[in-house]
Structure formats: C-alpha cells, structure tokens
Design a protein around this ligand. Structure first.
Ligand code: SAM
Ligand code: SF4
Length: 440
C-alpha cells in the first residue's frame, strides 16, 4: 500500500478533519509518521492569522526538497488556506499537485487521480449540508483516552475580524444519531473522554420528525451514555450561552466543569465593531450565571489585542475584564487583518505593530499572574483525575486533567493511562498543578 503523511495546523476542528481525511483515504494509503517515505503528503492549513499562513508558505518551500528527491511524491493542500486562496495557490506554490477546501474531502480520491495524470486539480466548493456524517474518523494520533468528535461545521456569526465564515461556510449540524454512534464506538475502544467540537457549538440544532435537539439536549444525551465518560465541548459563543446549557452542565457530574467563553475585548465599542452581539455587561452577567450554578467551574477565554482603532483606554478595559473574571487560561492574540473580512473592507488597522505587541504582553503578564494565583488556591484540594499519559519531563510521572481541565502531574506508582484516580494538589506553577496520589 502507498504511504500517506498528514501534517495539521490550526484549531482542533482541523485535527478532527484530518482524521476524517485519513478515513476517506484508508483503502488507498496507510499512514506513516516518516515524511521521507511518503507517497502523498497532505498539509491541512489554517488562515486565522497572517502568521499562520506565512508558516505554511515556509513549510511548502521545504517540501520542494522532498519532492526533488522522490519525483513520484504528491503534495496536496487542505483546509482554510485552500478555501481562501483557491486556484491562485496552485500557481504561486509549484510544489502543490492539488488543493481541497474543508467541504471537499470526499473528492480527494478523484483529485489525487487527476493530479497523477498530470492535471493540477482543485475542489474548493463549500456545501450547505456536508458534515461527513457517515465517516468514522481514523484516530491516528490519539492517546486512546480522549477524542474529539465534530458535531457541527461552519459559522454564521461573521465577527468582523474573522475569516472562518468565508473558509468554512455556513453553519450546519450533524445528526445526533451518528454523533452518538461515533461515541458508542469510542466507548467500545475504551475511550474515557470526548470533546464535542464546532466553531460555535452552542448553536448546535437538529430537527427531525418533529423532534428538536438543542446543544444542551445533545450534551445530556452524550452524558447519559456512560457515567465513566467525561464530556467536554469547544467553543461556545457568549451570546448563545443559555441558562438551559449552564443548568445541564451543572446537572451531570460527568460533564466537565470548564467553559471556554471567548471575550475578545473588554470594551463595548470594540465588541460592537467586532460584531460580537454582546456587550461587557452581558458577558459579565453570563459569567455570574456560570458561577451561580457552578462555583467550581473553570472559565477560559480568547482575546484580541489591538483591534482596529482600539485606544489605550479600551485596552485598559480588556485588562479590567481579565481582573474581574480571573480566567484560568487564555489564548491571547495580536489582531491580524484578514483579506475580505468586514474589518478589511470597512475599518482601519491603525494600531501599530509595536503598540499591539506591548498590549498583548501586558495581557499575557496579567493573565500569568492570575493563573498562578488561581492555581495556588487549588493547593490542598483533592480532585478526580483522568490519567492521559506520561509527563513530558519524566517517565516516573504521569499527567492527567481534573474536571476543570487543569493539568495535574503526579508520581506514577501502579497507575495506567485511562484510569481515574484521586490526586491531592501539593504545589503549582501558573500552567500546571503538582499532586500526590491519594490512597483510596
Ligand atoms: N469560533 C470560536 C470563537 O468564536 O471563539 C473560535 C474561532 S478562532 C479559530 C479562535 C480565535 O482566534 C478567536 O476566538 C479569536 O480570538 C482569534 N482570531 C480570529 N480572527 C483573528 C484575527 N483576525 N486576528 C487575531 N486573532 C483572531
Ligand atoms: Fe470567527 Fe466569530 Fe465565527 Fe468564532 S464566532 S469562528 S470568531 S466568526
């Protein structure tokens, strides 16, 4: 059998998509981790920021050397960059034999065949229906404990800075039946945790034969499959975070107490320009609602520093938001103007690179301090930890996560990955908790 090497960039959705791609091609190729022996290299790409795209252009240049050594090798580019740049990429990147957008993976066998016959081929059609519903992903890089399950695709929100609605198309949900079927198979394979994935999971909606399934209902259905199964989800939009969903998370012990709620900015003027459909008061009310139902729930976020016309005062409002919410973790970015977005067409990217960098550094410094203070409060507490594997630093230690998604490292003793164990927190850094195994 020919050999396939897949390299994935970007968000968890992309990693889940690569597993779908591996499944579509499994009759034609076996997977390899050694790029040198590959007959086909697929690069699954991300367009979210300019830096992400630059990294991929650089990687494509490196691939030219592999192709020179092995003339029959094919290289295909998948994902958001394929969708954003379309055929232009085939002209500017001669290493590429074909490209496929996020809704075109079923046509990969055809694209590969066409390019083998000397045609450069592409399919970047977006679909209103495609969810790869009936495809069982090949979990080639999984740890055997925790898996991602894609429950919807696309996004209808059109945040003014964001390229995703253009690269991944309109929102569409997958049928509960095939989602539950996929999780059933994971349970049979002894998986202990699933993360339900979508760009905007809480707008999940399915209707069939008069039966409606909301995201909260779907979460409950998954949680009831087994008390041994932990359920997580990413990412939720603040405007769709209903009380019904918060109540559902609170009601089930096995739905993890961690909500990723991207804030993006603490300034109402910025939030409006970003087209986020909430203001800071609404956001803080949602945080209060989470804390009302689940005082122990961890909250994490995404934030953008230096969006168009952001003033110093507005940046201070973001810092203030961080002080108020006290996030356990944050993904923090400098604004990067993306072609064809509303921001590119109508707003001015007038915050200098220097100021963006300084603002981002201030947010990172504050968040580091808050995360450390939050973690210090964990010392002395006991948590149920799902063990995921060996610690990167030492074979004598294992790591796992508590329900709040905090990483806890502890001495291994007789414990195996996939087990639930009780661990007492004895020390911490800003990123990790250090624990001791409790004797039962
Ligand atoms: N759908 C999710 C949401 O709305 O939170 C995640 C979308 S995106 C893959 C992840 C994060 O990238 C966003 O939450 C935002 O903070 C950031 N992002 C998106 N576009 C950006 C841009 N043009 N510049 C900088 N950061 C950006
Ligand atoms: Fe992008 Fe906004 Fe959609 Fe998230 S919700 S993917 S930030 S447009």
């Amino acid at each position: 059998m020919k050999k396939l090497f897949i390299e994935t960039y970007g968000c968890q959705m992309n990693f889940a998509d690569s597993e779908v791609v591996a499944s579509i091609l499994k009759e034609m190729y076996s997977l390899t981790k050694d790029i040198q022996e590959a007959d086909l290299i697929l690069i699954n790409t991300c367009s979210i920021r300019d830096k992400a795209e630059q990294r991929i252009h650089k990687r494509l240049k490196e691939l030219e050397a592999y192709k020179r050594k092995k003339r029959t090798m094919q290289v295909g580019l998948l994902g958001c960059m394929a969708e954003r740049m379309k055929e232009e990429l085939l002209q500017t990147e001669p290493v590429l034999d074909f490209i496929a957008g996020p809704d075109a993976y079923r046509s990969l066998p055809q694209l590969i065949a066409d390019s083998q016959h000397g045609h450069t081929s592409f399919n970047v059609l977006l679909s209103k229906e495609e969810t790869y519903d009936n495809i069982m992903p090949v979990r080639y890089d999984a740890n055997g404990v925790s898996a991602f399950v894609s429950i919807m695709r696309g996004c209808n929100n059109f945040c003014s800075y964001c390229v995703v609605p253009y690269t991944r198309g309109r929102e569409r949900s997958r049928s509960p039946k095939t989602i539950l079927g996929e999780i059933e198979d994971l349970l049979k394979d002894n998986y202990k945790e699933v993360t339900l994935l979508g760009q905007n999971v809480n707008s999940y909606y399915w209707k069939e034969e008069g039966q409606e399934v909301s995201f909260a209902k779907l979460m409950a259905m998954v949680a009831e499959m087994s008390p041994e199964l932990r359920v997580r989800f990413a990412t939720s939009h603040p405007k769709d975070l209903s009380d019904e969903l918060i109540e559902t998370i609170a009601r089930y012990d096995n739905i993890c107490k961690c909500i990723h709620l991207p804030v993006q900015s603490g300034s109402d003027r910025m939030l409006k320009l970003m087209n986020r459909h909430y203001d800071s008061a609404w956001y803080l009310e949602r945080i209060a609602a989470i804390r009302r139902y689940m005082p122990d729930c961890s909250i994490t976020t995404d934030v953008i520093a230096g969006f168009c016309t952001e003033t110093e005062e507005e940046h201070q409002m973001t810092l203030e938001m961080f002080r108020k919410v006290r996030y356990d973790y944050a993904y923090m970015f400098k604004f990067s103007m993306r072609p064809n977005t509303y921001a590119e067409k109508h707003l001015h990217d007038d915050v200098t690179e220097e100021v963006k960098t300084r603002r981002l550094e201030e947010i990172i410094a504050l968040q580091g301090q808050i995360a450390l203070e939050n973690n210090r409060k964990e010392i002395g507490k006991e948590y149920e930890v799902l063990v995921e594997g060996e610690s990167h630093r030492s074979k004598e230690r294992l790591f796992g996560r508590n329900s709040q998604n905090k990483v806890i490292v502890f001495e291994r003793h007789e414990v195996q990955p996939g087990q639930y164990v009780k661990v007492k927190v004895v020390d911490c850094t800003a990123a990790t908790l250090l624990g001791e195994l409790c004797t039962q």
